[in-house]
Design a protein around this ligand. Structure first.
Ligand code: NAG
Ligand code: NAG
Length: 138
């Protein structure tokens, strides 16, 4: 039997499969009286052509308030024996703009695969027409 097909079994038997729980919170601020946002927690996957969504909360619209507290929570399992850390980032697409929707991205955070629980706080003032224009929230 090839080592590759044996490895997952060994990991299960050994009970050493690593997982990390990512907990994110923060507040978005916006001076408009009506605004919407879509926040996503991602794991950058350098071996694939796409990134994994760890958690998102759908499109939220806020009326008559200038701040919104959010929380995201999700668990990632170690991809393989060659990854030492997760590369985590967040994006928010929103229409707290003078025109259209824009996306802001948090700088990538590196987290060891041996970390059981990872905490991140991301507070963003959305106003100011910063970030990349997008057609949709998703
Ligand atoms: C954002 O979108 C919502 C829903 O379409 C709309 O009610 C609101 O006026 C928009 N806000 C801005 C600042 O464009
Ligand atoms: C956000 O999470 C941090 C832990 O990273 C915690 O200390 C803080 O109290 C949380 N904020 C709120 C408003 O719950």
């Amino acid at each position: 039997m090839k080592l590759v097909s044996l490895l997952p079994i060994l990991l299960l038997i050994g009970g050493i499969e690593a997982k990390t729980n990512f907990k994110v919170n923060g507040t978005f601020y916006c001076d408009y009286d009506a605004w919407c946002f879509f926040v996503t927690l991602w794991e950058e996957d350098t071996t694939e052509y796409w990134n994994d969504v760890i958690d998102t909360m759908g499109t939220k619209c806020v009326f008559g308030r200038h701040s919104y507290y959010y929380e995201l929570d999700g668990t990632e399992y170690e991809d393989g024996p060659f990854d030492d850390y997760y590369e985590i980032f967040l994006t928010v697409r929103h229409n707290c703009t003078s025109y259209g929707k824009r996306e802001l991205r948090r700088e990538t955070k590196f987290e060891s695969v041996n970390t059981p629980v990872s905490y991140t706080t991301w507070n963003v003032k959305l106003d100011g027409d910063r970030g990349v224009l997008k057609d949709e929230y998703v």
